[in-house]
Design a protein around this ligand. Structure first.
Ligand code: SF4
Length: 111
């Protein structure tokens, strides 16, 4: 099986000697490398954000208790999301989502 690396060069899981022999004998014509889709190359730039489903939020404030550095509360107790989720706080953000009793909080991935 062959596939292209991120830089477009061929990589092979087959024995390199076997691939060389196949390509020299012409027994199998190896395809030209295919360009890697841009979507796969930019995978690391996506950001995780907290999203509140306002009709379901009951202003319990539990999410703020779990993640105070990213979720503040307004004067009525409703959450105010302050920033994107840093990768180091992703586990804590998932805890905040699990803590919400009305399932009003979720994590979305934005590019
Ligand atoms: S825990 Fe859920 S219901 Fe309570 S304030 Fe946070 S998002 Fe709203």
């Amino acid at each position: 099986m062959t596939f292209a690396d991120a830089d477009g060069t061929w990589n092979s899981r087959l024995d390199p000697g076997l691939v060389d022999m196949i390509s020299r004998t012409g027994a199998i014509e190896l395809p030209e490398p295919m360009p890697v889709p841009a979507r796969r190359r930019s995978r690391g730039s996506a950001k995780n954000k907290l999203l509140v489903d306002w009709p379901n939020c009951r202003a319990h404030g539990l999410c703020h208790e779990v993640l105070p550095e990213l979720i503040d509360r307004d004067e009525w107790g409703y959450p105010v999301v302050l920033d994107d989720i840093p990768s180091a706080r992703l586990a804590a953000a998932r805890d905040a989502v699990r803590t919400c009793p009305t399932l009003a909080l979720r994590i979305v991935r934005k590019t």
